[in-house]
Design a protein around this ligand. Structure first.
Ligand SMILES: *[C@@H]1O[C@H](CO)[C@@H](O)[C@H](O)[C@H]1NC(C)=O
Ligand SMILES: *[C@@H]1O[C@H](CO)[C@@H](O)[C@H](O)[C@H]1NC(C)=O
Ligand SMILES: *[C@@H]1O[C@H](CO)[C@@H](O)[C@H](O)[C@H]1NC(C)=O
Ligand SMILES: *[C@@H]1O[C@H](CO)[C@@H](O)[C@H](O)[C@H]1NC(C)=O
Ligand SMILES: *[C@@H]1O[C@H](CO)[C@@H](O)[C@H](O)[C@H]1NC(C)=O
Ligand SMILES: *[C@@H]1O[C@H](CO)[C@@H](O)[C@H](O)[C@H]1NC(C)=O
Length: 375
């Protein structure tokens, strides 16, 4: 499938080139790239196939949010996602994903039968401005609906970037109405920032409500631009993130933080129901990351027998001491982290992010629950 899409993309650029040259040259190129030419035929066949499977036409995926969805938007100079050992499983070197490999966006894209959408950052800096026919990813690691500790665009600004593309006529409103899906990831950076600034969980329910109302504002903006299907992540069990589980030597999840996630999800669910009710059709779909993480953790726990990672809550890549984290190097450029031998046996890659295998397990759980509602 992977190889196939590579050809699909190359093929469309060749077709573009040919349309600006004469037909003889086009035929000549077609012969030269006979294999690609075949691929184009296959692309048409694939579209038909997807239609017959009830998937409709090929979709465009637009992505907003944080590191669970980012595929390369954060600044190379500051973001750990661009440093080894990130990306060792896929694509084989650091490429801006906060994992050893694929992340949520990649799995959602493959479910829709499309290539993972291009990162907005890569698209902007490329002179040729590629077609971006799979949509675009506006998610930035470390961000939230409000400004956080990282100096990257919050969700409101990400939606503005999206709106600019419509103003620049890269996409038309009708494009979006016909064939787009949005994925919105909110995994807890607003909470992290709140605790960093306030030192405790006091007044957290009030803060949860303000997060959700800001999220609703952003979701409505996306909908008003024409997107007819908007997939929103429910909060994962924050207390099971290694960052918090470390205090129990990875034996238990922090139940206080899991309650925060559950309260968040309850308010979120109510608000999405209201939004769906107001628009008559089910525009908004929740991706229940809470249950999906829980079932993935159970599945990975089964692996821990074979793994040097002792518990499903223990991350694969950690700093050698509290001062360091996954990807840290000292002034001399020496590695200050260690990586487990088999990332595929771990649920978590670092203190916050699942491994590719973890995301795969999360996605399997989602497929049997929330995802079918996309169609
Ligand atoms: C988002 O970021 C912009 C630019 O920093 C800021 O003006 C705006 O207030 C932020 N929005 C929210 C909801 O925090
Ligand atoms: C959108 O769909 C309608 C009806 O199926 C079709 O006529 C129209 O050409 C499509 N527009 C775009 C921009 O895809
Ligand atoms: C769980 O998190 C809360 C809030 O950060 C903290 O006060 C509590 O000590 C933690 N519990 C455990 C068992 O680590
Ligand atoms: C849906 O909206 C209608 C009218 O706006 C309202 O009467 C009804 O109670 C709402 N249903 C739910 C389940 O919120
Ligand atoms: C919802 O449906 C009702 C009746 O089918 C219609 O009168 C109303 O305009 C619709 N509202 C929206 C927002 O589409
Ligand atoms: C755990 O492993 C056992 C034996 O390999 C298998 O039978 C069982 O289904 C697994 N459970 C889960 C939750 O994957």
């Amino acid at each position: 499938m992977k190889l196939f899409f590579f050809f699909l993309i190359r093929c469309s650029s060749i077709t573009l080139l040919a349309s600006s040259l004469d037909i003889v040259l086009y035929i000549y190129i077609s012969f030269l790239v006979a294999f690609d030419f075949m691929a184009e035929t296959r692309a048409v066949l694939l579209k038909e196939l997807l239609k017959h499977q009830g998937h409709g036409s090929l979709k465009k995926l637009f992505v907003f949010g944080d590191s669970y969805a980012d595929t390369g938007n954060c600044k190379k100079s500051v973001s750990g996602s661009w440093k080894p050992p990130y990306g060792i499983t896929f694509p084989g070197k650091p490429a801006g994903r906060f994992s050893d490999g694929r992340v949520l966006t990649d799995y959602v894209a493959s479910y829709l039968g499309i290539e993972s959408p291009i990162a907005n950052y890569n698209w902007r800096k490329s002179v040729k401005r590629p077609q971006a026919m799979n949509g675009m990813n506006f998610a930035y690691g470390g961000t939230g609906v409000f400004n956080t500790l990282v100096n990257e665009p919050n969700m409101t600004t990400q939606v503005k970037f999206f709106q600019q593309l419509l103003e620049e006529k890269i996409y038309s409103r009708q494009d979006l109405i016909n064939s787009s899906i949005a994925l919105v990831s909110l995994a807890g950076n607003d909470y992290g920032t709140y605790v960093f600034q306030n030192g405790n969980l006091q007044d957290l329910p009030t803060f949860t409500k303000s997060i959700i109302s800001q999220l609703v504002v952003n979701l409505k903006s996306i909908q008003n631009l024409g997107v007819q299907k908007i997939v929103v992540t429910a909060m994962e069990p924050m207390g099971c993130l290694p960052r918090l589980a470390v205090f129990s030597s990875y034996k238990n999840c922090n139940e206080s933080w899991n309650s925060v996630s559950m309260f968040h999800n309850q308010i979120l669910q109510q608000e999405l129901q209201n939004l769906n009710n107001a628009s008559n059709n089910s525009v908004f779909v929740t991706l229940d990351l809470y249950s999906a993480f829980m079932s993935a953790l159970k599945r990975q726990a089964n692996n821990s027998g074979n793994s040097e990672v002792r518990s499903s809550l223990e991350p694969c890549c950690v700093g050698v001491s509290d001062k360091y984290s996954c990807g840290s190097v000292d002034e001399k450029g020496e590695k200050k982290y260690k990586v487990c031998k088999s990332p595929e046996l771990s649920m978590y890659w670092d203190n916050i992010h699942p491994t590719q295998s973890g995301w795969n397990a999360v996605f399997s759980a989602l497929k049997s629950s929330s995802l079918p509602k996309l169609y």
